[in-house]
Design a protein around this ligand. Structure first.
Ligand SMILES: CC(C)(COP(=O)(O)OP(=O)(O)OC[C@H]1O[C@@H](n2cnc3c(N)ncnc32)[C@H](O)[C@@H]1OP(=O)(O)O)[C@@H](O)C(=O)NCCC(=O)NCCS
Length: 160
């Protein structure tokens, strides 16, 4: 049977339950990070059809709280495939189930590395962006990668 070609995009929706909340009745930041990590890992793995590991999270903000009883919606999309690594972007919204009001609450960029059977990084297929938004994110991902690599180099040369 021919495999269906999927866009490396994932949308996850959950209702925020009391067990995932802090004492103010808002979802815990760690829970949001957990859901982002899972949605982004699925997007990366869907692209390369291999197990992936999170190599880094280089940006994550929390703009607004999400309350118990509201929905948390995470959309993750592959921004760019490099050699063995891939950058995935995530955007998070809250939704009030009764009014339908949605708020953008977080954004994040994560890097995943594909692993071969020996547990070592393996090359991933090229990702060709198509829409203007995909092309913009693809270009921006290269700029972020340059910053990541430069920062890693600068820190490894820094001896205090
Ligand atoms: C991520 C990991 C596989 C990289 O292994 P490595 O031996 O450093 O591999 P390499 O130096 O060959 O780098 C492989 C790729 O990872 C990228 N990479 C390595 N460290 C990175 C980091 N901190 N941030 C972003 N990318 C990173 C490299 O740029 C390279 O990408 P490219 O092939 O597209 O150019 C390894 O560090 C690892 O297994 N980390 C633990 C991952 C994990 O368990 N995550 C779950 C949470 S604990």
């Amino acid at each position: 049977m021919k495999k269906q070609e999927e866009k490396p995009v994932v949308e996850m929706t959950e209702i925020v339950l009391p067990n995932d909340a802090n004492t103010l009745g808002n979802i815990l930041g760690g829970k949001v990070m957990h859901l982002i990590d899972i949605a982004c890992a699925i997007a990366a793995s869907r692209h390369c059809r291999r197990p992936v590991v999170t190599a880094s999270i280089d940006y994550l903000d929390f703009k607004h709280p999400i309350k118990v009883g509201e929905l948390i919606i995470i959309k993750a999309a592959l921004n760019r495939a490099f050699h063995t690594s891939m950058e995935v972007g995530a955007k998070v919204w809250s939704e009030n189930l009764l009014t339908g009001e949605r708020r953008h609450t977080s954004s994040a960029y994560l890097t995943f590395v594909a692993l071969g059977e020996d547990g070592r990084p393996v090359p991933v297929p090229e990702y060709v962006p198509e829409t203007p938004d995909e092309i913009r994110r693809w270009k921006q991902a290269e700029i972020r990668r340059q910053h990541r690599l430069e920062q890693k180099k600068r820190l490894s040369n820094f001896d205090g």
